[in-house]
Design a protein around this ligand. Structure first.
Ligand SMILES: [Zn+2]
Length: 413
């Protein structure tokens, strides 16, 4: 028995006036999601707890069966390991942005004009050469990921996550000084090292040939690195050890890949998978079918629905839902339906109206040979609320799926 968990990131939504008070899921043409709902068992799910808007990291941890309130240890380290950067114990990782500041260090653009991967790579290469002579044994890894995004890992000494961000997360204000948020030697040391490193980064970036060339081309220079979200690797037991299954993730965004990596899952690289609305949807569906021969549990993640929601673009969100439906059609046509369960859900609600994550529950449908089929006919927020699973927590999903594929041991005699 095998299981596929298909997650449309932020796919759930609230009713919109422009859609006659329907949600994008209620509006989209998605016959295969509806088939999963019609022939499966449905419900709604609070990714974390009712009314609490989840991050993609805490929600994915929950959907993989962990208690995020106990194990979550910040976003930075998850993003780093999802980008292939090792975060050893004692190290601390940050999410970074290349940004543009003026001479007074006032932020003009937090994304340096959405700098290209090519320019960002050249700048990151130069920054990696910085020597932190003042601090003995301190090492760092700085790696650009997608466009303006990057990760930074401080290691070699004992560092703390109890430091503030240098990124004020808005423009028109000055870059912040990093401060310790706890009275420990480690927190003070971490803030001290980070401020010094970011100062040296700025020194290199402001006169860098790549930036001089960008200005000539009428582009914003990436003359500063902003940091936020200090984190360590969550201390969790691998899913493979908990359930004795082989697990893999088909997904492109570093954060979700990082959560899966922390859960001990193998990360599958798919050519053309980008984590954007322009991703190669079918390549991901094909990869899922291909690896299912080897794995018991595959998490198939699509980021694009969340991207469209944050842009408030409900029309694009509907189109993306329809593309996810085509992925599902491919799965249904190419897997052994007698031995495979498919769960379809979202990691959270992202409202096209508020353009943010919200605390509403998400729809869930589980399809497979032996589920207790219910009366629900359609896959959407309101239809699934009438299903046989009723209302569950995000962290209940994994035991339910693992029990269906016969991997949960009895509790008691
Ligand atoms: Zn998400």
């Amino acid at each position: 028995m095998k299981a596929i968990l298909l997650i449309g990131d932020g796919m759930a939504d609230r009713p919109l006036k422009e859609l006659n008070w329907k949600t994008p899921l209620e509006t989209a043409e998605k016959p295969h999601m509806d088939k999963i709902a019609r022939d499966g068992i449905c419900g709604i799910m609070d990714p974390l707890s009712p009314g609490l808007p989840p991050g993609s990291d805490t929600a994915t941890l929950a959907l993989l069966g962990y208690d995020p309130f106990k194990v979550y240890s910040g976003r930075g380290a998850l993003e780093a390991i999802g980008s292939g950067v090792n975060v050893p114990s004692g190290a601390v990782a940050f999410r970074c942005n290349f940004a543009t500041v003026d001479d007074q260090l006032v932020i003009l653009d937090r994304r340096a004009g959405r700098i290209s991967n090519e320019d960002a790579s050249k700048l990151a290469e130069s920054l990696q050469k910085v020597k932190l002579k003042k601090f003995e044994n301190v090492e760092f890894v700085f790696k650009n990921t997608v466009q303006h995004r990057a990760v930074l890992v401080l290691k070699g000494r004992s560092f703390s996550t109890a430091v503030s961000d240098s990124d004020p997360e808005k423009t028109g204000v000055k870059v912040l000084e990093v401060k310790p948020t706890a009275k420990t030697v480690e927190a003070e040391f971490t803030a001290h090292v980070l401020n010094e490193l970011l100062r040296q980064f700025h020194g290199i970036l402001k006169d860098h040939p790549v930036n001089k060339d960008r200005v000539k081309r009428g582009l914003l220079p990436a003359n500063i690195v902003l940091c936020r979200g200090a984190g360590t690797i969550p201390n969790v037991k691998a899913i493979s050890k908990i359930y004795n299954v082989k697990t893999a993730c088909v997904g492109a965004v570093p954060l979700v890949r990082g959560v899966c990596r922390a859960a001990g899952m193998d990360l599958i690289n798919v050519k053309g998978a980008t984590g954007t609305p322009q991703t190669d949807y079918m390549a991901k569906a094909e990869a899922t079918v291909r690896i299912l021969k080897e794995y018991d549990f595959v998490l198939l993640h699509v980021k694009a629905t969340d991207v469209a929601s944050h842009d408030g673009n409900f029309k694009q969100k509907i189109e993306i839902i329809e593309k996810i439906d085509e992925m599902l059609e491919y799965l249904l046509n190419n897997i052994d339906l007698d031995s495979t369960y498919i769960a379809v859900t979202a990691d959270h609600t992202t409202s096209c109206l508020t353009r943010d994550h919200e605390g509403d529950p998400v729809p869930l449908a589980i399809f497979g040979p032996h589920v207790r089929k219910d009366e629900v006919e359609k896959y959407d927020e309101r239809s699934c609320a009438r299903g046989g699973l009723n209302r569950i927590r995000g962290r209940d999903l994994m035991p339910i799926l693992m029990n269906l594929i016969e991997k949960v041991k009895k509790f008691g005699a």
